[in-house]
Structures are given as C-alpha cells and as structure tokens.
Design a protein around this ligand. Structure first.
Ligand SMILES: C=CC1=C(C)c2cc3[nH]c(cc4nc(cc5[nH]c(cc1n2)c(C)c5CCC(=O)O)C(CCC(=O)O)=C4C)c(C)c3C=C
Ligand SMILES: [Fe+2]
Ligand SMILES: [Fe+2]
Length: 335
C-alpha cells in the first residue's frame, strides 16, 4: 500500500457547481439598508459610466441623501414576510434547480450587490470540492451593467485564490428556444386567465442610457428580439418599452410610463404588461409596474390593467433553467 505523504492535504472529491446570480437587493426596507445597497450598486463603473470625479460628488452629495428614503417606501410596498421578492425568488430558483440536479451538481445563488456575495459563494463552493463552476447571470439579455459586472466580480474573487476552480459562464439566452417557449407559455396562461381582453400587450424591459446602445452594447437589439420571438409564438404583436429611467441622460425609448400615460388618448384602455428582461419579480416589476404603472394608466383614462408575473420559480421557468444549465454543463456532468 502506498502511504500518503504527511504534508498532503485531504481533498473533497471533485464536484461541479452552478451559481445563479441576480442583481441584489437591500437587507431590509429601511433607508439605512437601502442606502448601503445603493452605495455599492451605484458605485459600480459598469452601472454608471461617468468619470468618478464627476459622479462621486453627485452620488454622495445628492443621490445617497435623497433616494434611500424614497426607495425604502417603495420597497415597503412589496416586502414579504420572507424578505425582498428578488431574494425570495432567486433563493427558491436555486433550491429547485438543486432538486433537479441532485448529486450531479451543487447549486447555489448569489447577488452581485449585497448578500450572499459572488466571491463568498465561489470560495464556499470550492471549499465544498467544486473544481468546476458554471456562473449563470440570470439576465436573458446581455448588458454591461448586468452580465459583465457579474463576470468581473467573479474574476476579482479568482484573482485572490491560489487554487482556482475552472469557470464557465452562461451566455445570454434572449433568443434561446427554451426561454422563448417558457415566456410564451407563461404569458399565454396569464393572458388566458384575465377577465378582460387587452387591446395591446407591452413587453417592458429595464431601461439603459441610450449612449450604451451607441457604444455597442447589444442589449437593445436582444430585447427587441426577445419580444419579436415571444410575439410570434403568441401570435400577437408585442409593444416594446423601457422602464426604470434613472438620472437626466437620454435613455432607451419609449419609456413604459410615457406609453402607459399616452395610450388612453389613442383609445387604448385595456392593457397587459410583462417584464421579459427580469428572471424574477422585484421592486421594478411589482412596485414600478404592478402598482405605480397601473395607477398611471388608470389616471390617464385606462379602464383595465394587468401586470403578468415573471417566470420566477414556476414550472416553465425552472424547466427552462434546467435545460440551459444542462447544456452549458456538457462534458462536465453525465448527459
Ligand atoms: C444607472 C442606473 C441603473 C442602471 C444602468 C440599471 C440597469 C439595470 N438594472 C436591472 C435590474 C434591476 N434593477 C433594480 C433596481 C434598481 N436599478 C437602479 C438603477 C439602474 N439600473 C436602481 C437605483 C435600483 C434600485 C431601486 C431604486 O432605487 O429605484 C432591480 C431590483 C432590485 C430589487 O431589490 O428588487 C433589478 C432586478 C437591469 C436588468 C438593468 C439593465 C439591463
Ligand atoms: Fe436597475
Ligand atoms: Fe437595436
């Protein structure tokens, strides 16, 4: 029998990990917690692409003094007993995906801002024996402010590790048939359950500064493609709009709020809105669309408004995630 050298450490058997990542959310719906979250999020150069000398005084002198209180009020409207909806859905997605993979992979979730952090999770999974990790940013459309910053953050963690896991990243899945089928099935079922027939259905994506489109970010085109493909599958045209405008620069248009306010004048009084850029419902969909968007539309003269939920941890959504992840794990786990 060959003796193990005394200095040789014990290793866990090699495992495969899957890390689902979403944006992040405050720890509590309070101004202090929201301020901590916004300070981290809005200091990311991938999110606000302004020179630091110009942006830091605005961020610390204006934004972080005013926005936390306003945003905390918005968070309070959607907060649940289990916590922030985004955190609840993302955790659940990881738990259900873990059940689908069983012993074949270790599945965890992380947040780009706030907790649990990406670096913490990569280290934890590596300590558990994951020598191969699939990093899966849960953004169907690629955007520097979302997908790229997740990969940047993982890179910072790897830079500090003596023994790095091998890393793969999930590509954008805006036009993946599994994604389009899941969205069409989910939206189709939600529309069929309504007690009114919407005259139009709006696909509302998170907005981005228009400049990012001019600089070559594929986000705008990928949003248009998702909406076109889902529309084809549903057999109806979808209207694309962009929500959550931030700051005074020009953002992608049309803005969802402007569209909702203008539609009743054109005698469009029954609408349904869904948010195919979000893999889980969150502040931006539940407060900005389902609550504020509804009010804006009804005040402008609309009569019927429906917000249709994201895929979240629905059967369609989980089947899609499993299909995407299984494909990306090709060669790492048995077919
Ligand atoms: C410059 C500002 C912002 C850019 C660019 C931006 C891009 C972007 N964001 C998401 C997804 C989410 N954003 C969320 C919240 C949120 N977003 C911004 C600003 C920008 N987003 C702010 C200030 C906030 C915080 C809330 C507020 O104060 O209004 C969330 C929800 C988080 C939650 O806790 O529920 C998500 C998800 C995408 C997909 C995107 C670019 C494509
Ligand atoms: Fe955002
Ligand atoms: Fe485009």
């Amino acid at each position: 029998m060959i003796e193990k050298p005394e200095f040789h450490p014990d290793f866990e058997p090699s495992k495969v990990g899957v890390l689902l990542v979403n944006l992040g959310t405050p720890d509590a719906p309070t101004p202090a917690a929201v301020r901590r979250y916004l300070a981290e999020f809005l200091s990311d150069k991938r999110v606000v692409e302004l020179p630091a000398l110009l942006w830091k005084p605005i961020l610390h002198g204006i934004v972080l003094r005013t926005r936390p209180r306003k945003s905390a009020k918005a968070y309070q409207k959607v907060w649940t007993e289990a916590g922030s909806p985004l955190a609840v859905h993302t955790k659940k997605q990881a738990e259900l995906l873990q059940q689908r993979f069983g012993d074949a992979a270790v599945v965890k979730h992380a947040m780009r801002y706030g907790r649990p952090g990406i670096g913490y999770r990569i280290q934890q999974m590596h300590d558990m024996g994951c020598e191969r990790i699939l990093l899966a940013p849960l953004y169907p459309q690629y955007c520097g402010a979302t997908t790229a910053t997740v990969v940047d953050e993982a890179g910072r963690q790897l830079a500090d590790m003596r023994w790095q896991p091998a890393l793969r990243t999930l590509p954008p899945y805006h036009d993946d048939p599994a994604h389009i089928d899941a969205l069409a099935a989910s939206v189709g079922a939600s529309l069929a359950a309504l007690d009114f027939e919407p005259q139009i259905v709006i696909a509302s994506f998170h907005g981005m500064p228009r400049r990012t489109l001019e600089l070559g970010d594929p986000y705008h085109c990928q949003c248009q493609k998702t909406a076109r493909l889902v529309g084809e599958k549903l057999g109806r045209q979808l209207f694309v709009a962009f929500q959550s405008r931030f700051g005074s620069a020009k953002w992608l248009e049309p803005a969802t709020t402007d569209l909702l306010k203008a539609l009743p004048e054109r005698d469009i009084r029954k609408v349904a809105v869904f948010a195919p850029g979000f893999s889980a419902d969150c502040l931006e969909t539940l407060e900005e669309m389902a609550i504020a968007g509804r009010e804006q539309f009804l005040e402008a003269g609309g009569t019927d408004f429906a917000y249709l939920p994201c895929l979240n941890s629905s059967e369609e959504g989980m089947a899609m995630l499993e299909a995407l992840v299984r494909r990306e794990l090709g060669g790492w786990i048995a077919g």
